[in-house]
Design a protein. Structure first.
Length: 438
């Protein structure tokens, strides 16, 4: 008979990330992991950023890390993006061990599934999909980069950037990230495709692979596919218009290059972290809009963070339903339950409160302008990794605050809330009364 769960799934998920960060920090402090010595705080910051697939760094990984350090970074990104529990189950499968109830429940929580039925089969499909997608992208990117770097470097650069892109990490081995590829549409399309595929959620990918008709897809899949297309298109247009004449970003580019770079800048804040322009030179409206994209994020049960696109869509739908005096919001001829609406509001409220608290704390500890600090906070919470160039200027305490925020952004503020609180069943109900709002 299966033993009762000794720890709740949220505790196990948070602990797995914390364990990975601890082990990674120790490995990153080894003398042969870096070309020059780094402090414990900087090692902790880099490892936390990799494990939470954020991409923020206080130094250039390409020049500071050795081959060993880069491989450690890559493993942390892959484990952090897909989830340590998924890898643990993969090892058990390879060893032909039985997957117990505890592991199934942990997987159910990791993939945000309603039941444990078929969860092991889902994990197998996800791992195969990840390996297949990354392998195909590595082949194409390697072939494209061979004339520029030679076979060995092209293969290594492709491996690193494909894993970083698919897991929405945003780490690059190039000193200027991907700013040198604004005129390379193939690199832009491969990287953004990996970001989108990794960010829409594994469950969506499996659903699409099993059902080849749009009307057969689940409501969640429909919202993610249509929502991703719409938000990317709108964001591309807005950023293109706002930055069109900004000579410090895309102003000096040709029209096609402007469009491709704007598309890249629309996709990467949700929540990849690569950059093709200097965000410190962007117009203020563009920065504010980018912060909104970072806060929204991508899909549930994916490599991305943020409040999630479906949460944002549900809140918008519920708002319109209220104005139209509809009892329930309806999307694709399906009603959204009150429970989902309340959950979406709670996620958004807790997330906004988290961002405010850490932004407030950083304005006290850091002697830096407010807008770059806010941008850094939204980037850390959404585990995006883009910055206005102030990451290396943060104090030791400021770096720790950002690390905590990256951790919370990856596991989700609600997960921490469930860990710290115990559910209380109320067997009675108080009478209703009037509260005036608005």
């Amino acid at each position: 008979m299966e033993k009762k769960l000794s720890f709740s799934p949220p505790v196990v998920i948070a602990s797995s990330f914390a364990t990975l960060i601890f082990l990674g920090t120790v490995l990153m402090k080894l003398p042969f992991a870096t070309t020059t010595p780094i402090s414990w705080v900087d090692a902790f910051f880099l490892v936390t950023s990799a494990t939470t697939v954020t991409g923020l760094s206080v130094f250039d990984p390409g020049s500071t890390l050795t081959m060993f350090g880069e491989i450690v970074l890559l493993v942390l990104i892959q484990c952090g993006g897909i989830g340590l529990m998924t890898f643990a189950v993969a090892i058990l499968i390879l060893l032909r061990k039985k997957i117990g109830l505890q592991h199934r429940i942990y997987l159910q929580e990791s993939f945000n599934q309603p039941s444990i039925g078929g969860i092991v089969k889902l994990a197998k499909h996800i791992l195969l999909f990840v390996l297949l997608t990354e392998s195909i992208a590595i082949v194409f990117l390697t072939l494209h980069w061979i004339p520029r770097f030679g076979f060995g470097d092209a293969l290594y650069y492709s491996l690193f950037h494909v894993i970083s892109a698919f897991n929405n990490a945003g780490f690059s081995l190039f000193p200027d990230n991907l700013m040198g590829f604004t005129s390379d549409p193939l690199v832009i399309l491969i990287i953004t495709s990996l970001i989108i595929i990794g960010g829409i959620g594994f469950v969506v990918v499996i659903d699409i692979s099993r059902k080849n008709k749009f009307r057969a897809w689940s409501l969640h899949t429909k919202l993610m596919i249509v929502g991703t297309f719409i938000i990317n298109a709108i964001a591309t247009l807005i950023l293109l218009i706002l930055e069109f004449n900004n000579n410090d970003t895309i102003g000096k580019m040709g029209i096609f290059e402007k469009m491709m770079t704007s598309y890249f800048n629309a996709v990467t804040p949700r929540t990849a972290g690569f950059n093709m322009i200097d965000y410190g030179q962007m117009e203020d409206p563009s920065l504010l809009f980018t912060m909104l994209l970072m806060f929204i994020g991508a899909g549930s049960a994916s490599t991305a963070s943020g409040i999630k696109l479906t949460t944002f869509i549900v809140i918008i739908a519920a708002t319109f339903a209220f104005f139209r005096q509809q009892e329930d919001p309806v999307l694709f001829k399906r009603s959204i339950s009150r429970e989902i609406i309340i959950r979406s509001l709670v996620i958004s409220t807790v997330s906004l409160a988290t961002v405010f608290i850490f932004a407030f704390a950083l304005t006290i500890t850091e002697q830096l302008p407010l807008l770059p600090l806010l941008f850094e906070v939204f980037s850390a919470f959404g585990t995006v990794g883009i910055s206005m160039g102030i990451t290396s200027q943060l104090s030791e305490l400021g770096k720790v605050f950002i690390c905590v925020l990256m951790f919370l952004g990856r596991i989700g503020p609600l997960t921490l809330f469930f860990i710290l609180t115990k559910p209380k069943k109320v067997k009675y109900k108080y009478p209703n009364d009037q509260v005036f709002t608005g």
